[in-house]
Design a protein. Structure first.
Length: 241
């Protein structure tokens, strides 16, 4: 497994997309924090205001994670990988672990960079990270980015096409989860259990669904990612590369 992890790390970092994605995710997230700090009015700047751009960085990271697997299918390099390592599950788990770790690092740098930027521009005592909710709102971003990367790799493995995987990963949190509310009668209840909605509750401290507290919300989000990954591994092992 150590060799596989090293191989996947080399494969990931020898392409341009992870580097561009990391810079774009950091630029968007921290850039929005700077804009919020420069334009904020009507009260003191709070920790939550500094994390306004998290959603944009998350979308970039999900695209990066999907491309990490779909480009291998596109250029057929996955076939050589599977021939060298017949245990496909090990290959895909190693790739997922490497991509998730990179996503976690990007998330942490983006979150703390955003907080520092906003604090430097218009920070006061209200911007101090003192409570558990404050720490979760900032330090928890890396966890959400990592789990999202797992979901993206799973979707990419299932779909195998970059355009299709990216479309799903962008439409799902930005459109589908919000449109679910429009379903008569049960829409609001379904929306409460949508994975990215639950992940946002973990970060922003919104009122959770009983009995789901913040960490249970993260566990639920992680469980969704695990189910998708298991499904992706099962499909990858059954069909031709």
């Amino acid at each position: 497994m150590t060799t596989l992890l090293a191989t996947e790390r080399i494969k990931l970092f020898t392409t341009r997309s992870p580097w561009w994605s990391a810079f774009l995710a950091l630029g968007l997230t921290i850039g929005f924090a700077a804009l919020v700090g420069l334009n904020h009015s009507g009260g003191p700047l709070l920790v939550e205001h500094s994390q306004f751009g998290t959603q944009f960085g998350l979308m970039v990271v999900s695209v990066m994670a999907a491309l990490a697997i779909t480009t291998e299918y596109r250029f057929a390099t996955i076939r050589a990988t599977f021939q060298a390592v017949p245990k496909r599950t090990s290959v895909l788990v190693a790739k997922t672990a490497v991509v998730a770790l990179l996503a976690a690092v990007i998330g942490e740098v983006a979150a703390f960079g955003s907080w520092l930027t906003a604090y430097a521009i218009d920070g006061g005592p209200e911007m101090a990270i003192t409570t558990g909710a404050d720490w979760r709102m900032v330090a928890g971003v890396g966890l959400v980015f990592a789990v999202t990367a797992v979901i993206a790799v799973a979707v990419g493995t299932l779909v195998r096409q970059s355009a299709g995987a990216i479309s799903i990963l962008l439409i799902w949190p930005l459109l589908v989860e919000n449109l679910v509310v429009l379903i008569p009668g049960v829409g609001a209840n379904i929306h409460d259990w949508m994975p990215f909605t639950v992940a946002s509750r973990f970060l922003n401290g919104a009122e959770p669904i009983a009995p789901m507290g913040p960490w249970v919300s993260l566990a639920y989000f992680t469980g969704v990612a695990a189910v998708l990954l298991v499904a992706a591994l099962a499909v990858a092992n059954k069909r031709d590369a």
